[in-house]
Design a protein around this ligand. Structure first.
Ligand code: FAD
Ligand code: EPU
Length: 339
């Protein structure tokens, strides 16, 4: 029988470091543990939440229900051929440990995603991405349990409907499935992704004349550490907003007024504008309220100075959304899951 902790403080379980209470908290280390929870009358009667690393959530109130911590670990190679290797990781594996395991085995594809916090089980939820790679590029399938019925189902690539920071698990299937494991299709002969940002420059600085998995991983780690705050030091959940995708016509209009506004192609007639640029231009970078603020090195990251409530962070985000809408006619969408 699993240990159900009543009235648990969730502060250690969310990287924003917000202190709220969960009516029940239960840690699961096996699929059988999860099944036991799904069959429990408390789970059936109350609101439910699955947490991995808690690095993409903002709690604005106590959670009056059951929080499951997915801690099912283990990584297995399931199949290989000349070109690919298929690797299954259980959902509770720490994402960066999985990346390191792949690099050690010379399996290529996730090195650009080094040091993203959180668990393997959460990586498909928002199709995590960084430095020119997204999960959808290496994803094969996932196994999940239905939160009501306990039914087991495999989701293949198409069923996940991946988009930019988006998947079926943020839309039609939101909250319905507990992800148990993810299978990745990785390459034995790497295809390097070194075009994004300063990767190339950082590899040269580190003395790598040609790309290697370790070289790319270390470069990405260094770049990330130079601008993203460590949640152990300063509570945060990474980018608070998505980079908005706007009509190219609006962008061309805005360019007349803001001639340095950056943008990247995002499909026919659309461009993606870095929200960090908009927030910095609007003067918010480094902004400090009494308990929370905007990171001084990366304006897309909101931070908790220690004692902020989720509502204080949320209110700050609302002020930023309103200000950006007023200045640029662009509506920022929150990336972080607000609870
Ligand atoms: P949690 O925060 O625990 O959960 C997030 C959501 O997924 C919740 O809705 C939760 O209910 C659901 N969920 C979690 N596990 C499961 C499961 N097993 N089954 C079903 N649902 C589940 N993200 C990027 O994409 N790119 C980045 O570069 C990046 N950089 C970051 C940097 C920092 C410093 C921080 C703090 C965050 C960053 N993030 C980034 C965001 C975050 O790391 C990712 O979203 C990550 O995938 C969240 O994993 P998690 O286990 O912490 O998820
Ligand atoms: N920029 C500014 N000021 C800032 C921050 C950014 O002007 O304070 C502009 C610059 O023009 C810069 C551009 O934004 O060149 C892009 O910045 P950066 O490379 O730091 O990336 P980002 O677009 O701000 C996205 C992801 C990150 C991911 C990085 C690297 C989103 C919402 N965020 O950030 O993901 O790590 O690219 O690929 O897409 C996360 O999701 O939590 C996250 C950290």
């Amino acid at each position: 029988m699993k240990n159900w902790i009543a009235n648990a403080d969730l502060k250690p379980y969310n990287t924003f470091g917000v202190s709220v209470k969960a009516k029940w908290l239960v840690e699961c280390e096996t699929v059988e543990d999860i099944r036991e929870v799904v069959l429990d009358s408390r789970w059936k009667a109350l609101p439910r939440l699955v947490l991995g690393g808690g690095s993409n959530v903002l709690f604005t109130q106590d959670f009056d229900g059951v929080v499951v911590l997915n801690r099912i670990i283990g990584i297995d190679k399931v199949e290989e051929n000349e070109e690919y290797v298929w690797v299954k990781s259980n959902a509770g594996v720490v994402w960066h440990s999985f990346v390191l395991h792949c690099i050690q085995n010379q399996w290529a594809g996730v090195e650009n995603l080094s040091l993203i916090p959180g668990s393997v089980g959460a990586c498909p939820i928002q199709n995590i991405g960084a430095y020119g790679v997204e999960i959808k590029d290496v994803f094969h399938s996932l196994a999940a349990m239905h939160a009501d019925t306990g039914e087991l189902r495999t989701f293949d690539h198409a069923a996940c409907a991946f988009g930019y920071r988006d998947s079926v698990f943020k839309n039609e299937e939101k909250g319905k499935w507990i992800i148990l494991s993810v299978t990745f299709q990785l390459k034995k002969h790497p295809v390097w992704n070194t075009q994004y940002g300063d990767i190339q420059k950082e590899m040269e600085r580190l003395g790598y004349a040609t790309p290697t998995l370790v070289g790319i991983s270390q470069s990405v780690i260094n770049i990330r550490q130079s601008k993203l705050p460590d949640p152990k030091v300063l509570g945060n959940a990474g980018s608070f907003f998505k980079n908005p995708v706007i009509e190219e016509s609006l962008y061309l209009d805005l360019k007349k007024q803001f001639e340095n506004m950056p943008a990247y192609p995002a499909g026919p007639g659309k461009v993606k504008v870095p929200a960090g640029w908009l927030i910095e231009q609007a003067g918010w970078k480094g902004y400090q309220d009494s308990t929370c603020g905007v990171n001084a090195k990366q304006a897309l990251v909101l931070v908790n100075f220690g004692t902020a409530t989720g509502n204080e962070v949320y209110d700050l985000s609302t002020k930023i959304v309103e200000d950006i809408a007023r200045r640029f006619q662009i509506t920022l969408e929150r990336e972080v899951n607000i609870l």
